[in-house]
Design a protein around this ligand. Structure first.
Ligand code: GRF
Length: 194
């Protein structure tokens, strides 16, 4: 039985598209059953619909400061669709320990750096400023602490002379599109420990 996966997005959704495309392969161990966005205007929603994937919007602004109420709504959507695994892909909300614990060992995130280096935002700029020779991306299980948790897969590119934040980000993003499907495959096949 294929694992039923939900992808949570907030924006462009290029990693989401990479996962949807990978999951179209017959032998892929997961199917993308649902895409949820916390932003009604996320461009990724249209791409998901165009690919024939069910979508839902759980708009965090409707919940004000009630973070857990927002997360209960998210959780409700996931359960309604009988989701086994959750992939965060450019999902720009911090999740509370309540939600993270509920999905512990069943929720992945992709982060554009070689963790544990450069947690948080503006990773490409910070990698350039630090003079890194290599930079990359990491897929990891989500734990309450941001951008931490057991690493599932990691890959890197060489930082080139003259790289800007944009050129480096573009090369890392290309790598992310291969890394996330590979990591999800490993998790769906039970080849990882969380
Ligand atoms: C990616 O760089 C991902 O690593 C980070 O946010 C970005 C999302 O891009 N978490 P996209 O929405 O998947 O195109």
């Amino acid at each position: 039985m294929k694992k039923r996966v939900a992808i949570l997005i907030s924006g462009r959704g290029s990693n989401m598209t990479a996962l949807i495309e990978a999951a179209e392969a017959k032998d892929y161990p997961a199917e993308i059953a649902l895409v949820i966005s916390n932003r009604p205007d996320a461009p990724g929603l249209a791409s998901a619909r165009a690919a024939g994937v069910a979508t839902a919007i759980v708009d965090h602004t409707r919940f004000g400061d009630e973070r857990e109420a927002f997360e209960h709504a998210l959780d409700g959507e996931l359960r309604k669709s009988r989701i086994d695994l959750v992939c965060l892909a450019g999902f720009m909300r911090l999740l509370t320990p309540w939600f993270v614990t509920r999905w512990s060992g069943r929720m992945l995130n992709i982060h554009p750096s070689l963790l544990p280096q450069f947690k948080g935002l503006q990773t490409h700029r910070r990698a350039l400023e630090a003079g890194m020779k290599r930079h990359g991306a990491t897929v990891h299980f989500v734990v309450p602490e941001m951008d931490s948790g057991p690493i599932v897969a990691q890959d890197s590119v060489a930082v080139r002379e003259g790289d800007t934040e944009e050129t480096l980000a573009a090369r890392v993003l290309e790598l992310e599109h291969k890394l996330y499907p590979r990591a999800l495959r490993a998790v769906a096949e039970g080849r990882t420990e969380s």
